[in-house]
Design a protein around this ligand. Structure first.
Ligand code: SAH
Length: 423
């Protein structure tokens, strides 16, 4: 989602005649697009701001957008007095105001709903992977999560607006469409004529576009995985056989305290249904370890569920208390040392699962999407349908880098695959 927001901000400034630079000292405007999900991300923003204020040109405009802006609000100006603007994730389209009045301080952390989508200019050219937001905010109040505070209540964008953005992306270069939302599979839009549209309807329409070869969506809430959506995995070959469906914990008690009130059996049933619909589907998850009150036994249950589902690629985090969340003030906060030990143990196992899956791909052939050359320029980097990075030798004719290629996997390690382009 932040990649998408960053692209829109860049497009907005490009439309005003600006160009991008990698050098802070050259920039006339410096924007940090930020994430507030864990305390570490927020801390990094403030240390980067401290560094940048010494490197930038004295008159360069300088500010933060996104969730840390919303989290910190006017306090950001107190901490870094040189800041010119602080704009939340739903108000960054107000950025031009600071260009027009550079001597003021601009603070806007309102939750403006879907306004930004109407006000931002379309991007001229789409990257091969187009992120299309279909929703803002989230109505699940997971007790650890700051997102409902920073991005507000859940709002689904009008169906036709999403289709328009999808068609525009396809017309200007997109090959893969990634629908985005904090609770993406909860997408629900009722049109003025009373007809209700779901994510499955969006997938069906996007798949009709010839230029679009792959479709995915992120991130999903387990119990929003309705039958119409599961069925799309059976009927729509362009939908990738890979799904991030965060479970967070394998302990029923912890899930209840996280306010994620699904039963583990229900989660397992959903995975089974997905496998029945699409036998080659693979699942990834997010995990939080060291949630308040998590016992050794709770943690072992998380290890168990990882083993049961055999996630192929996961993200795992130490619980981080966040402002405006219920869990931050729960008793029995877990000591840092215990969190670190649990995370190390879970990570080691998740890495093992990932390596096993990668090795099981050797000898298989996948249709892959071109991402670009690697750093050395000697190899091409592709993405498999499971979003694994697959590295191939660059052909001697370097202009030959098909955007979609059939690749045979020849080797694997934990992080990536090696492959040979067949056609
Ligand atoms: N709706 C998104 C949430 C984005 S945050 C989603 O479901 O993915 C991405 C992940 O960060 C979450 O799934 C969760 O595992 C982790 N996370 C969120 N809040 C956290 C916190 N306070 N401490 C540690 N990890 C957290």
């Amino acid at each position: 989602m932040n990649v998408y927001d960053g692209q829109r901000i860049a497009a907005m400034l490009t439309a005003r005649g600006m160009t991008q630079t990698d050098n802070v000292a050259d920039a006339d405007i410096i924007i940090l697009n930020t994430c507030a999900v864990r305390a570490k991300a927020t801390d990094k923003v403030f240390s980067a701001l401290g560094r940048i204020r010494n490197e930038k040109k004295p008159d360069a405009l300088f500010g933060i957008v996104g969730c840390v802006a919303r989290e910190a609000g006017s306090d950001a100006f107190r901490r870094i007095p040189e800041l010119n603007f602080v704009l939340g994730p739903q108000s960054y389209h107000k950025l031009p105001e600071i260009l027009e009045n550079p001597d003021t301080k601009l603070l806007n952390i309102d939750l403006g709903g879907l306004e930004k989508f109407d006000e931002l200019p379309q991007m001229g050219k789409s990257p091969a992977v187009a992120y299309i937001p279909i929703q803002e905010g989230c109505n699940h109040c997971c007790t650890y999560c700051i997102v409902p505070y920073t991005r507000g209540r859940e709002l689904s964008r009008p169906f036709n607006d999403v289709l328009k953005d999808t068609a525009h992306a396809a017309d200007t270069g997109a090959i893969e469409i990634c629908f985005l939302g904090q609770n993406v599979n909860g997408y629900k839009y009722t049109a003025p004529d009373g007809k209700t549209y779901r994510l499955s309807d969006l997938i069906r329409e996007a798949a009709k576009l010839d230029q679009v070869k792959r479709i995915r969506f992120t991130s999903s809430y387990p119990t929003e995985m309705t039958d119409d959506l599961i069925d799309m995995f059976r009927t729509e070959p362009k939908l990738l056989p890979f799904l991030n469906m965060p479970i967070q914990s394998g302990s029923q008690n912890v899930l209840t305290r996280m306010n994620r009130p699904y039963s583990l059996n229900l989660y397992i049933d959903i995975v089974d249904k997905l496998k029945a619909a699409r036998p080659d589907i693979q699942i990834s998850s997010d995990f939080i370890v060291g949630f308040p009150g998590e016992t050794d036994e709770d943690f072992e249950q998380t290890m168990e569920i990882a083993k049961r589902i055999r996630y192929i690629n996961s993200y795992s985090f130490k619980y981080s208390p966040r402002p405006h969340t219920a869990a931050a003030i729960m008793p029995d906060q877990i000591p840092e040392k215990v969190k670190a030990e649990r995370l190390a143990k879970l990570d080691a196992y998740l890495n093992e699962l990932q390596r096993d899956f990668n090795e099981s791909c050797i000898g298989k052939k996948f249709m892959c999407l071109y991402e670009g050359p690697d750093k050395t320029g000697k190899h091409l980097v592709y993405r498999t349908p499971y979003m694994q990075q697959c590295i191939t030798d660059a052909p001697s004719d370097t202009s030959f880098a098909p955007e979609m290629a059939q690749i045979e996997i020849t080797a694997a390690n934990k992080a990536s695959l090696r492959g040979k382009i067949l056609s």
